[in-house]
Design a protein around this ligand. Structure first.
Ligand code: ADP
Ligand code: MG
Length: 330
């Protein structure tokens, strides 16, 4: 635990490691112990259930046997699958929890340092698709066509929403949680000022910011090409798959940040928009009218939705800021 006095404000930082990332809780108020303990235990419990890296997790069991018999899951996982299917539909299939076999194919290719053949990708693609997930009565789930599920793109958002619920029940009204680049802001600072959330510079080090957003209680989720990319044969590839092609997403989006009070939605959408690639993502944002986002492109432009434009401060003047409602992307 680390309590520090920074510009006359007392804050306490509590940290943990889960889902392959450091998670930091920053409390700007006393009496947070109970809230932290509950959040901490909930995260570890859900990691045990959702992880595809743990052979004994509920999701691993579902992936192993779900194509043969219906598997009973807990209400949390059942509801998360339900939400995932909704977001898949909403994103026209670009967010897709059934891409696990494709992820496995690319993981194997990375280990062999050899691109998979077109046929291998096409075969893995046939074992994907949200229509192959059936939600039955009594929290039972059946998978069809040998699909396997991966919650990597939505788990942190789901946890962030639950942490907010726990904080509300425990009377937390001034805190910020960083789940590995996924920021949850709760309430306001003691002086009633807004939270300043930095957007990492896509081409510089972890400490450099491209700009920052001044926000109230919400969540800020970024998917980026600098995060967790891998290389095959010297070629840099994204860890986000385009479910339409089965290949890693294009890298014309350097980073995409989605702001929404619904963290699960923000997480799913940041991944989906990244998977779409620049042109499709901008036209999707323009059509949706409900998505608030900041898109930094590999050609040093920042596309920002009108709802965030006043809240954003640019820190690198070599980027050009463009409002998404004032542009036609050809
Ligand atoms: P991060 O984990 O870096 O925050 P994301 O939230 O964008 O990034 O999730 C990326 C992870 O989601 C991948 O590692 C993979 O497990 C999974 N994934 C990859 N492509 C998709 C996709 N199109 N839809 C849903 N999940 C995906
Ligand atoms: Mg995501």
């Amino acid at each position: 635990m680390d309590t520090a006095l920074i510009s006359n404000e007392i804050k306490t930082i509590k940290s943990m490691f889960a889902l392959g990332t450091d998670i930091h809780f920053v409390f700007y108020q006393p009496n947070f112990e109970c809230a932290f303990d509950r959040a901490h235990n909930f995260i570890l419990d859900m990691e045990n259930k959702l992880s595809v890296f743990r052979p004994k997790s509920l999701v691993s069991k579902l992936n192993r046997y779900g194509s043969y018999i219906p598997i009973k899951v807990c209400p949390e996982v059942y509801n998360l699958i339900k939400k995932s299917l909704e977001y898949s539909k909403f994103s026209e299939g670009y967010f897709d929890i059934t891409i696990k076999r494709l992820m496995d194919l690319w993981k194997e290719a990375k280990q062999k340092n050899q691109m998979p053949s077109k046929e291998e990708v096409e075969l893995a693609l046939t074992f994907s698709g949200s229509e192959n997930v059936q939600l039955l009565q009594n929290y039972k789930v059946k998978l069809k066509n040998k699909v396997k599920l991966d919650f990597g793109a939505i788990a942190k958002g789901f946890l962030a929403d639950k942490i907010r619920e726990i904080f509300e029940q425990e009377g937390i009204n001034s805190a910020i949680v960083d789940l590995g680049g996924h920021i949850l802001t709760v309430g306001k600072k003691h002086d009633e000022s807004l939270w300043k959330v930095g957007i990492r510079h896509p081409f510089k080090t972890r400490e450099d910011v491209l700009g920052f957003l001044e926000l109230g209680s919400t969540s800020v989720v970024t998917s980026a090409s600098y995060e967790r990319y891998f290389t095959i044969d010297g070629k840099k590839l994204s860890h986000i798959i385009n479910p339409k092609t089965g290949f890693p997403a294009k890298d014309d989006i350097a980073s995409i940040t989605v702001v929404d009070t619904n963290s699960t939605f923000a997480d799913a959408m940041s991944t989906a928009l990244f998977a779409m690639g620049f042109k499709k993502a901008i036209s999707f944002i323009q059509d949706s009218k409900t998505i608030e986002a900041v898109v930094a492109t590999s050609f040093r432009e920042i596309y920002i939705t009108p709802g965030l434009a006043q809240k954003f401060t640019l820190c690198d003047s070599s980027f050009r800021v463009i409002k998404t409602n004032e542009v036609i992307v050809l």
